[in-house]
Every structure is written in structure tokens, then in C-alpha cells.
Ligand binder design. Structure first.
Ligand SMILES: [Zn+2]
Length: 156
């Protein structure tokens, strides 16, 4: 059986919110890096599907404005955060700062992008207020550049 990196992580010892490098891989001279972006402490009440879905739509745009080389940002099935995949590599502090600045920018958003049946696979399942609330809560706690020790990263 193949080993899956996130299945090896002890989810009882992490301290969210944090950014963690899950893996880096180089093939044919090109490097990609995958990050574990944990907004909610594992095994505490998770994000609603609507809040997670709205954050996905908003961060898909906001994070690309803050961070170079974004390939993908996808929600975790456990609804406690996202996986981010980048071209190249950045430090967890750089990603945490970009994420924090992106979340901060959400407070002034008044509509969710791509919420028609043409643009989205479940366009009714959105909640802007809940997404903005979680963004605010994450910013209050600070985003740590270390998964196991609180090292909140300044945003400016
Ligand atoms: Zn969608």
C-alpha cells in the first residue's frame, strides 16, 4: 500500500491555525511544494461545507494576488483547512503571511465569485458571512509558521 503523507501526521499534536510543508518534489528540473493550511484545530467542530466552499472561491483569487506560482488550493475532506500546491518553494512563513493578507482582504468582499450553475458544481452551498467570520477568527489567533509550536507570522 502507498504511504500518504497526511496519514502520518499526528493530528492530536498540531496547533492550528498553521502552515506546514507537506511535501516537496522535483521531477525533470521542476519543483512543486504542497502545504497543509490548517485553519481549524483537528477534531474540534469543523467548517461548514458552505463556509469552506466560499473560502475556497475567495482564496482562489485572493491568494494568487499575494503568492507567486499557485497551482491549486483545495479543501480538506475533514473541513479543517486546505491543501495548497505551488510551483517552486516558499517558506511556511511566506505562505502564512500571504494567507493572512488574503484572509484580511476578505473583510471588504461583498459578493462571492463564480456562483452560478455554469461556474460552480454546487453554487447554492455558499455562506459569505461564515467565511468572513472564520477569516476573522483565524487572524485573531494568528497563523503559525510551525505546526507544533505557536509562531504566528506578522502580516505587514
Ligand atoms: Zn464552487
Amino acid at each position: 500500500m502507498h504511504s500518504v503523507e497526511s496519514f502520518q501526521l499526528d493530528h492530536t499534536t498540531v496547533q492550528a491555525p498553521y502552515v506546514r510543508t507537506a511535501m516537496t518534489e522535483t521531477r525533470g528540473g521542476a519543483t512543486i511544494t504542497k502545504y497543509d493550511i490548517r485553519l481549524i484545530q483537528p477534531n474540534t467542530p469543523p467548517l461548514t461545507t458552505a463556509a469552506l466552499h466560499t473560502l475556497e472561491h475567495l482564496l482562489a483569487i485572493a491568494l494568487r494576488a499575494e503568492l507567486d506560482g499557485v497551482i491549486d488550493l483545495s479543501p480538506m475532506g475533514c473541513r479543517t483547512g486546505f491543501y495548497l500546491i505551488l510551483w517552486g518553494t516558499a517558506t511556511t512563513a511566506e505562505v502564512a503571511r500571504a494567507l493572512g493578507r488574503s484572509l484580511r482582504s476578505l473583510s471588504s468582499v461583498d459578493r462571492i465569485p463564480a456562483t452560478t450553475a455554469t461556474e460552480c458544481g454546487n453554487y447554492r452551498d455558499h455562506d459569505l458571512a461564515a467565511a468572513q467570520d472564520i477569516a476573522r477568527r483565524v487572524l485573531e489567533q494568528g497563523i503559525s509558521s510551525d505546526a507544533f509550536e505557536r509562531r504566528p507570522v506578522p502580516l505587514d
